[in-house]
Design a protein. Structure first.
Length: 319
C-alpha cells in the first residue's frame, strides 16, 4: 500500500512537471511569435495614420502591445521603465511583454491575494527589477505607494482597476511619465464629462449589480489628462483603453503623418460593442447600446459639466 502511495505521488509530481514544461514552452512560443510580428510591423511605423493600424496582442488584453511598441519607438524610448496598476496575475497585462523583452525596472500593483507568488510563476523575476506590490489603490494612498516603491523615472504608466481611476489620476503629479494608458468606461458615452464618486473602497458590482457603473467617461479622462500635461493620441479598437503622450513630445514633431484628432468629437472612440453587463443574479445579460446607460440611470456620478463637479443621478443628465 505504501509503495502504491509513493508511485501515485510520483505520478502527480511528474504530471505537474509536464504542465510547467508546457507552460514554459507556450510562453516562449508566444513571445517569439509576438516579437517577430512586432519586427514585421515596424516597417510601417513611419507611415501609419493612427494607433489602431499597428495594434497587436501578445500579452495585453487586446492590441495594446503593438501600440506600446509603436509609441516607445516614436519617442525613442529604448528600454521602458514602467508602472502598471491592475495586472491580475500578470498573464494578460499591458507591460508583461515589455518586461519579458527588456527586463527593465518595473512596478506592478494589484490587490490579488498572494500576488508575488502568482506573478513569479509566470515571469523570470531574477532577470529584471520587477517590484510587485499587493495593495488596493485609491486616491488617498496612490502617491504614498509610488513614493515607497518606485525609485526610477517612469516611461510608461498604465492604470486599469475599474474603480475610482479618475480620482487616482487627479492626485498624480503632472507629466508623471512619457506615455500614459488609462481605462475609460465607454458605457458613459462620448459627450458626458463624468466619473463615479471618489469612494475609497469602490467595487463596481457592489455599486450596481450590472457592473456597468465604474471609472470615468473618455471626455472626463481627456480633460483631466490635458490638465496633467498630456495630449490624447487615440484608443485601442476595443474602445476601453486610451493613450496619452507627454506634451514634452509635441504631436506635430513626433506624429507628423497622423490624422488630426478632434478632441471635441469623441464618438468614434466611445461607441463600443462589447457587452459585459450582469443581471441581478450575476449572469451575463449582454446589454448593448443605450440600454446599458439606462440600466444604471439611478446610479450617482459626478458631473463635471459644472465647474467643480456636482453629484447627480445618471437619469438627470441623460433626460
Amino acid at each position: 500500500m505504501q509503495n502504491i502511495s509513493k508511485l501515485f505521488s510520483k505520478l502527480i509530481i511528474n504530471f505537474f512537471g509536464m504542465l510547467n514544461i508546457k507552460k514554459s514552452f507556450s510562453n516562449k512560443l508566444n513571445f517569439n511569435i509576438g516579437l517577430n510580428s512586432l519586427i514585421h510591423n515596424k516597417k510601417f511605423y513611419e507611415t501609419v495614420k493612427n494607433i489602431n493600424e499597428i495594434e497587436l496582442k501578445i500579452n495585453s488584453q487586446n492590441g495594446e502591445d503593438g501600440i506600446i511598441d509603436f509609441l516607445t519607438y516614436k519617442l525613442n524610448i529604448l528600454k521602458t521603465n514602467f508602472v502598471e496598476i491592475g495586472v491580475g496575475e500578470y498573464i494578460e497585462a499591458n507591460t508583461r511583454f515589455l518586461y519579458d523583452r527588456y527586463h527593465q525596472r518595473g512596478l506592478i500593483i494589484d490587490c490579488i491575494k498572494d500576488l508575488k507568488n502568482k506573478v513569479s510563476s509566470n515571469v523570470n523575476l531574477w532577470k529584471g527589477e520587477l517590484n510587485i506590490v499587493e495593495h488596493s489603490v485609491n486616491a488617498n494612498n496612490i502617491n504614498e505607494i509610488l513614493k515607497d516603491n518606485c525609485n526610477f523615472e517612469i516611461d510608461l504608466f498604465s492604470l486599469d482597476i475599474d474603480s475610482t481611476d479618475y480620482w487616482i489620476i487627479e492626485r498624480l503629479k503632472p507629466k508623471i511619465s512619457k506615455i500614459f494608458i488609462a481605462e475609460y468606461n465607454s458605457v458613459f458615452g462620448s459627450k458626458y464629462d463624468i466619473s463615479v464618486p471618489n469612494i475609497e473602497k469602490f467595487d463596481r458590482f457592489s455599486y450596481h449589480y450590472s457592473g456597468l457603473c465604474y471609472g470615468m467617461s473618455l471626455r472626463a479622462l481627456v480633460r483631466l489628462m490635458k490638465n496633467k500635461g498630456f495630449y490624447f493620441i487615440g484608443t485601442n479598437t476595443f474602445k476601453n483603453n486610451a493613450f496619452f503622450i507627454n506634451e514634452d513630445y509635441p504631436f506635430k514633431d513626433y506624429f507628423k503623418n497622423f490624422n488630426k484628432i478632434n478632441h471635441l468629437d469623441l464618438e468614434t472612440y466611445a461607441d463600443s460593442v462589447f457587452s459585459e453587463s450582469r443581471n441581478k443574479s450575476g449572469k451575463l445579460n449582454y446589454l448593448r447600446g443605450k440600454s446599458r446607460l439606462d440600466e444604471i440611470k439611478e446610479c450617482e456620478i459626478i458631473d463635471f459639466s459644472d465647474k467643480n463637479g456636482t453629484l447627480k443621478k445618471i437619469k438627470n443628465i441623460i433626460n
